[in-house]
Ligand binder design. Structure first.
Ligand code: HAM
Length: 424
């Protein structure tokens, strides 16, 4: 019987997994500079956590959630994103009683039953951040600056920062009305989903991916024309700060995002190299969600980076560097295999990656293997070396070679690898 992974679900294999580790390590490093600490949230939640926050009329909730009853008949959903769970955890654990702002990062798999295509998967991974308790526009700008630093440090350039403000509950009614007025004569031409959205939540029409809806909304009212005084001055302040921080950005008034919890600032970072799924990271403010989850009034903002898309961009940028053994111990004869096994443990105790030629193949083929693995040193031991208690060594990078006594192994390693990263 032959098994395969589910459609839209992938294994992450070496050497790609090195790239993933590098990205995750760098994210943690950069986010720590801004005071973000890790939160680990569950992969499953009760379904209403997502329907209530992401919104009943969104694509995610309407069509994409992995929802099933558990054995007790409760409706459970595999998380399609992280924000809802972080907010649930924030409220449930009374984290609002701690000094503001509270800043968290998280990472891991998310699940959406979408039609798989380039850059779109059913299990995909995000690294996300959420900050609670500060409404100042400086926080919005700081988040975007942190995202820019992270993406630049990881080696990505030429990304577009698109920003918008979708206003608050104050400005929304007038905008909703203007949208309904605009779409009313076009209602019958909209897709069936948008005809429902027209009543329930006309903002969602601006996010529809159906070609004829995209065409029909070309001259639709623009959300920023409907901002209340507070939202307008917040957004103006964010834009001024972005200019001061030298973060090039474009205003995209259609950026309403595919999730309902957003208020005021929204943003996406896109790349032309990703095809139709071009957003590598996205986020915004959600100043009402904590309250809607039963917590105190707490402004909040966050974003999530799509790992698969980011890795695609990095892979296109060149070869993936990966670690290689510090020492490959080539053995001639059974006694040498045993001696090599013990020696490898001494090498590893010094913090170096060691491999041993265990399989009794010829010296030539062991050397070829060491070379293929890009080992830095080959140690050669056979019966003669064991009787003389010596190791023959060869540096595969500069072809230097020599001999050392078994007892000098630790000194040799610390002098050769001293000050450098040991697994070269
Ligand atoms: P989102 O825009 O749904 O936002 O997802 C964020 C990123 O996850 C996208 O920009 C994309 O890179 C990646 N992504 C989404 N769906 C897929 C998929 N099917 N396959 C591959 N990658 C995908 C959120 O999830 C919000 N929770 C972000 C946020 C955090 N807002 C505030 N805080």
């Amino acid at each position: 019987m032959k098994f395969s992974a589910l459609k839209g679900v992938h294994d992450i294999l070496p050497p790609d997994s090195y790239l993933w580790q590098r990205v995750e390590d760098l994210a943690k490093e950069i986010f720590a500079l801004y005071g973000f600490r890790e939160i680990r949230i569950p992969i499953i939640e009760t379904t209403d956590i997502f329907t209530r926050s992401i919104g009943e009329t969104t694509d995610i909730v309407e069509k994409e959630m992995y929802t099933f009853p558990d054995r007790a008949g409760r409706s459970i959903t595999l998380r399609p994103e992280g924000t809802a769970s972080v907010v649930r955890a924030f409220v449930e654990n009374h984290l609002s009683t701690l000094p503001s702002p509270q800043k968290f990062f998280y990472g891991g798999p998310m699940f959406r039953y979408e039609r798989p295509q380039k850059g779109r998967f059913r299990q995909f991974h995000q690294i996300g951040v959420e900050a609670f308790g500060l409404s100042a526009p400086e926080l919005d700008a700081e988040m975007l600056s942190m995202l820019r630093t992270f993406l630049e440090k990881i080696g990505l350039q030429g990304l577009n920062f698109e920003v918008n403000s979708i206003g608050c509950e104050e400005c929304r009614p007038a905008f909703r009305k203007a949208l309904r007025d605009f779409f009313s004569p076009r209602l019958r031409d909209l897709c069936p989903d948008c005809q429902r959205r027209y009543e329930a939540n006309p903002l969602r029409i601006l996010d529809c991916k159906v070609e004829r809806c995209i065409e029909l909304r070309k001259d639709a009212p623009i959300v920023t024309d409907f901002l209340c005084g507070a939202c307008k001055s917040h957004f103006d302040a964010v834009l001024t700060l972005l200019a001061s921080l030298n973060i090039p950005h474009v205003l995209n008034p259609l950026l309403v995002r595919g999730l309902d919890y957003y208020t005021s600032t929204t943003f996406e970072v896109t790349s032309e190299h990703l095809g139709s799924q071009k957003a590598v990271a996205a986020g915004g403010r959600y100043d009402r969600l904590v309250e809607e989850f039963g917590g105190p009034k707490t402004p909040a903002i966050g974003f999530a980076v799509g790992m698969e898309r980011l890795i695609t961009l990095l892979r296109e940028g060149g070869e993936i560097s990966q670690p290689s053994p510090g020492v490959f111990i080539a053995t001639i004869g059974q006694k040498a295999v045993t001696e090599g096994t013990l020696m490898a443990e001494r090498v590893r105790a010094e913090g170096l990656w060691a491999e041993v030629g265990y399989d009794g193949s010829s010296l030539k083929s062991q050397l070829r293997k060491a070379d293929r693995m890009s080992a830095r040193y080959v140690f050669i031991i056979g019966d003669d070396e064991i009787s003389a208690a010596k190791i023959k060594w060869k540096n595969l990078r500069d072809s230097s070679q020599g001999e050392i006594a078994f007892g000098e192994l630790d000194t040799f390693i610390s002098s050769e690898f001293c000050g450098r990263k040991k697994s070269a």
